[in-house]
Design a protein around this ligand. Sequence first.
Ligand SMILES: NC(=O)C1=CN([C@@H]2O[C@H](COP(=O)(O)OP(=O)(O)OC[C@H]3O[C@@H](n4cnc5c(N)ncnc54)[C@H](O)[C@@H]3O)[C@@H](O)[C@H]2O)C=CC1
Ligand SMILES: O=C(O)[C@H]1O[C@H](OP(=O)(O)OP(=O)(O)OC[C@H]2O[C@@H](n3ccc(=O)[nH]c3=O)[C@H](O)[C@@H]2O)[C@H](O)[C@@H](O)[C@@H]1O
Length: 464
Amino acid sequence: MSKIKNICCIGAGYVGGPTMAVVAAKCPDIKVTIVDLNAQRIAAWNDENLDNLPVYEPGLDKIVAQARGRNLFFSTDVDKAIEEAEMIFISVNTPTKTYGLGKGKAADLKYIELCARQIAKVAKTDKIVVEKSTLPVRTAEAIKNILDNTGNGVKFQILSNPEFLAEGTAIEDLLNPDRVLIGGGTDTEGQEAIQALAEVYANWIPQERILTTNVWSSELSKLTANAFLAQRVSSINAMSELCEKTGADVNEVAKAIGMDSRIGPKFLKASVGFGGSCFQKDILNLVYIAKSYGLHEVADYWEQVIIMNDHQKRRFASSIVRTLYNTVSGKKIAFLGWAFKKDTNDTRESAAIYVADDLLFEQAGIAVFDPKVEKGQIYADVNYLGTRSEAQNEKGITVFADPYEACKDAHAIAVLTEWDEFKEYNWQHIFDNMKKPAFVFDGRNVLDGEKLREIGFVFQAIGK
Ligand SMILES: NC(=O)C1=CN([C@@H]2O[C@H](COP(=O)(O)OP(=O)(O)OC[C@H]3O[C@@H](n4cnc5c(N)ncnc54)[C@H](O)[C@@H]3O)[C@@H](O)[C@H]2O)C=CC1
Ligand SMILES: O=C(O)[C@H]1O[C@H](OP(=O)(O)OP(=O)(O)OC[C@H]2O[C@@H](n3ccc(=O)[nH]c3=O)[C@H](O)[C@@H]2O)[C@H](O)[C@@H](O)[C@@H]1O
């Protein structure tokens, strides 16, 4: 297999954009074209002003500036990019199905299938097709089936190369990953295809961190990794509730167990619940796959991670209501943070959305401030739940561009995202402008509770 010179990536989202920008930056000899059907998104990727890129990630602007126009291109011309490329990454969204068989659990693979059909239609030369999206185990079989039935004599190799980046640290993760996983066929052609992709990564990743497996192990490893990570969060969150009843402090418990090298210190931060586009969707998908093989105990085991997470979000909202004398009706509750974690503008499945929804049912007035999330997105997130009319949501939620304005005259503040800047606020000033007693509910354990209590706040944190 000759050295790859031309790569196309279908899907210019949170994964396709940053991943391919890093490939282009690190491999100046390879032409990388990222295509998307969404013309607005492509225009934003091409915007002169790097502040307007559609994805916010620390360091992304510099990487894009380095490669864009040199060997990195963003385009809506999907066919042309497919035709020219030797290697095609599929990095489109794979959301949970909202209709039909497997509704609410299975991954919706319609976008993946559309890509496969498009490649089958357009390709005139042999191609390596790389699954970058997170997919149910054995999807490569379906893709291969579609590609091999075109009858035009073009040969395809399918690789699985799941992405493990986390949002907010995407560039760091891509530049210095724990490992890169490549799954492929066990025959000679499969091994050659694996080698071709491994050579691309070898431009900046040490050989020993490039792991190769069979294609099914690779596909399943991605779902497994997310399930294990989410399980750790649900496990510590389960303990946080027990801590609150017993006088134990969840941070102390996390530290104590994390020092055991078999457990390790990472991913043990108790919170208002995990969010993000993938943990829930990937576990639901895993549950669905297990059930489809009749493995009901396996399915129930993993589903519990989601059940615990839903409980954590709900109990945060109900604790606010209970503490505010059992009613928040007509009260202003300020939300600091809306994104599902810090350093990203992504709000998909953010705990904030569900806490807001619960409090709106209690007739609270919600004042939101987030340093990176746009106003329209906040309304879109709550409207998407479909639990009340858009007009009611607009009445119940006000979005502020200034945190001090959001907190002014509030009865309570809820911290929903762990943005660093929240620690630096003038909390005395915030206190002076709030209704008394002034409550703070720290859903991320980021604020200095002692200091806030000294100022006069009634302060509650998770697991304390
Ligand atoms: N967001 C994350 O941090 C991570 C996501 N993943 C996985 O990566 C995949 C992509 O996720 P995101 O980038 O977050 O999704 P996204 O929704 O941000 O981006 C997907 C893009 O694909 C485009 N698209 C869909 N169908 C298309 C087609 N037929 N032709 C051209 N473009 C098309 C959409 O317009 C959209 O811009 C998912 O499978 C996800 O599970 C994996 C690791 C991390
Ligand atoms: O497949 C994916 O999409 C990605 O999902 C996660 O990345 P991401 O969702 O971007 O962010 P995480 O840092 O994993 O955080 C997920 C959620 O868990 C929460 N969390 C995380 C860690 C922790 O200790 N406690 C906690 O509540 C975060 O606040 C956030 O809401 C994984 O970490 C990535 O490896 C994976 O590639």
